[in-house]
Design a protein around this ligand. Structure first.
Ligand SMILES: [Zn+2]
Length: 252
C-alpha cells in the first residue's frame, strides 16, 4: 500500500520537468526586471495530468527552489505540495479552462504595461516590434463591477479577460497578452518560456508606445498589410523567419 509520502514523491517526480521549468521561468521573469518584490507569477499546465504548477504565494524569488513550486488540480486544490499557491491561481485556472491551446500564464505589474492598464488604454500596434508578436492591438478588459470585486475576485479577473478575447473573436495565441483594467497585464503562450517572452515583449512595446505618443500624440497604427506581413512571417503555416535547421521547427 503506497503511503501518502510516497504518492507525493511519485506525483512530484512525474511533474518534475514542468516544475523545474516553472521555477526557472519565475526566476527569469524576476531577472528580466518586470517584477518588484513578489508582484508576479508564472504557471504552466500538464493537460494530460490535469495539474498546474505555479509559484507559491509570497515567497521571495531569491529563496525560491523547485521544491517550493505548488501543484494544483483544475479546481485549485493543492496536490503534493507543502506551500499555498499564488493567490492568483483562480485567474490562471479560468484562462486554462477557457483557452485549451495555451500551456502557460504569466502575470506581472511591470511599469509601462501596468500604466496602460491603469489608464484603461489598449495598446494599438504602432510598429513592427509589436506586429512580430501580437496580431494587432493589445486589448484592455472592461473594469470589474462591484459585485464581482466582492466575491471570487480572482476568478472574475480571469472571466474579464476571457470575455474580452471572445468578444474580439481572437485566437488567444494571436493575442498573447491583455491588460486588466485598473490592474495589470497577463500574458500566455504555448510554453512557459514563450509566455515569459511575451510578457517581456509586452513591456517593451508599452514603453515604445508611451514614447511614440510623447513624440507624436497623433501616431496612427501600422497599415494592416504591414501588420499581416510581420505577424505571418513568424506565426502559422506560412512562417519563414529564423532558422529551421536541426528540427528547430518553429522559427522565431
Ligand atoms: Zn496583480
Amino acid at each position: 500500500m503506497p503511503t501518502r509520502q510516497s504518492k507525493v514523491r511519485d506525483i512530484r517526480k512525474y511533474m518534475k520537468p514542468l516544475i523545474d521549468t516553472v521555477w526557472r521561468e519565475n526566476l527569469r521573469l524576476k531577472a528580466s526586471g518586470l517584477v518588484t518584490f513578489t508582484w508576479g507569477n508564472v504557471s504552466a499546465i500538464d493537460r494530460e495530468a490535469g495539474l498546474v504548477a505555479i509559484k507559491p504565494s509570497g515567497v521571495d524569488y531569491e529563496t525560491l527552489t523547485p521544491a517550493d513550486i505548488v501543484l494544483t488540480d483544475m479546481k485549485g486544490a493543492i496536490v503534493a505540495s507543502a506551500l499555498k499557491p499564488s493567490s492568483d491561481v483562480p485567474t490562471h485556472l479560468v484562462l486554462y479552462r477557457a483557452f485549451p491551446g495555451i500551456g502557460a500564464v504569466v502575470h506581472t505589474h511591470a511599469t509601462y504595461a501596468t500604466a496602460f492598464a491603469q489608464a484603461c488604454r489598449p495598446v494599438p500596434c504602432l510598429g513592427t516590434t509589436q506586429a512580430d508578436y501580437f496580431f494587432g492591438t493589445v486589448p484592455v478588459t472592461d473594469p470589474m463591477n462591484r459585485r464581482d470585486i466582492r466575491s471570487e475576485y480572482e476568478a472574475h479577473t480571469g472571466d474579464l479577460m476571457v470575455k474580452k478575447i471572445r468578444r474580439l473573436n481572437m485566437n488567444p495565441l494571436d493575442c498573447p497578452s491583455i491588460l486588466v483594467a485598473n490592474h495589470a497585464p497577463f500574458s500566455w503562450g504555448p510554453t512557459a518560456t514563450k509566455a515569459v517572452e511575451n510578457a517581456i515583449v509586452l513591456e517593451e512595446v508599452c514603453k515604445m508606445a508611451w514614447l511614440t505618443y510623447a513624440l507624436n500624440g497623433k501616431t496612427k497604427p501600422v497599415a494592416s498589410c504591414l501588420l499581416e506581413k510581420h505577424y505571418r512571417r513568424k506565426h502559422g503555416s506560412g512562417a519563414y523567419y529564423g532558422q529551421t535547421a536541426r528540427g528547430a521547427g518553429n522559427p522565431k
